[in-house]
Design a protein around this ligand. Structure first.
Ligand SMILES: [Mn+2]
Length: 320
């Protein structure tokens, strides 16, 4: 692994760093950022985390979560470390700050990664960016309980609590090592499982009441015209209920963020490559989880995406 060596050298040689990850922060993005932040702090580097979005409430239990900023105050910085991002647009507004860095390090596990950095460490077979960072952290001999807590959180969320197909023996070996640092998995599980407030429940029930299906009942979707980004991200909750449907292969959520700005999330159970579907519409991600944002009305977006998926799967998602 030549890239990991280059990254360690770049960290040792340079003094000031910014860290960022993708918009719509989740466990792997934040866990990666906070782990790298603490690693760099431990060896005396000047470092800040800058994100497009505010930190969702459920992740505030992570050590150092309070240091995250939304604006960059530094004029120049030696290195920008971009985590869990398949392309340089995923950090949203923070993309404009990347030119203030002399060097960009791209660490990611998305198969759709565009190798946009000066150093690109990309491993699509790894469950999460946090699983990759475990190796970096151990090589640098910087692991401690707080870093282990952040890394465990990212692996836990990106593997759907160790249930998705990206979970392999290496994932469990890494988690076993992390547990040796006396992290408290039950507390992490509790923090990540208490994920909404009463108002969210009625919203979720309306979405579930509006689910639509293709003729073969293998594709399930919902078009939501009043999506509000609240304290809690309801996307995964809704998908987790949709996944209870036997024999459904593809799950899609259309979320109207603005009149002509629709976030589309794709999930598949076992067969359909939803990364290819997202890519067709300018997005990306993984084979089993991907997304894109489309500048059009909710009605038009739903129609063109669903037409495409039905053609793509030939009406028989199981046989693809
Ligand atoms: Mn990830």
């Amino acid at each position: 692994m030549v890239e990991i060596k280059k990254i360690i050298q770049a960290i040792q040689k340079n003094k000031s760093f910014i860290i960022t990850a993708h918009m719509n922060l989740e466990g792997d993005a934040l866990g990666s950022e906070l782990a790298v932040y603490r690693m760099l702090k431990k060896i005396g580097k000047k470092v800040s985390i800058i994100n497009h979005d505010h930190t969702p409430a459920i992740y505030k239990f992570m050590p150092s979560s309070g240091v995250v900023k939304n604006e960059m105050t530094e004029e120049k910085v030696d290195v920008a470390i971009v985590l869990d991002c398949s392309d340089p647009y995923r950090p949203g507004r923070v993309k404009d700050y990347l030119s203030r860095a002399k060097l960009i390090i791209n660490i990611d596990h998305h198969i759709s990664n565009t190798y946009f950095g000066d150093i690109n460490w990309v491993e699509p077979l790894q469950s999460s960016t946090c699983q990759m960072l475990y190796t970096l952290c151990e090589r640098m001999k910087l692991m401690d309980k707080d870093i282990a807590t952040c890394l465990y959180t990212g692996i836990y969320t990106d593997t759907g609590k160790f249930s998705y197909s990206n979970t392999n023996s290496e994932t469990h070996r890494v988690v076993a090592e992390l547990m040796d640092y006396k992290i408290v998995p039950t507390a992490i599980h509790e923090a990540l499982s208490s994920v909404c407030v009463p108002d969210d429940m009625s919203f979720i029930s309306k979405v579930l009441g509006s689910l639509q299906f293709d003729d073969n009942q293998q594709i399930c979707w919902a078009a939501i015209d009043n999506w509000v980004e609240g304290d809690y991200d309801l996307t995964e909750i809704i998908f987790s209920v949709m996944r209870l449907l036997k024999d459904v292969e593809v799950f899609v959520l259309f979320k109207r963020l603005e009149e002509k700005r629709i976030r589309v999330n794709f999930r598949s159970r076992a067969v359909v490559d939803v990364n290819r579907i997202a890519k067709f519409f300018g997005g990306g991600g993984h084979k089993r989880a991907s997304g894109t944002t489309i500048e059009d009305t909710l009605y038009n977006t739903e129609k063109k995406v669903m037409d495409f998926i039905k053609r793509f799967t030939n009406g028989k998602a199981k046989r693809i």
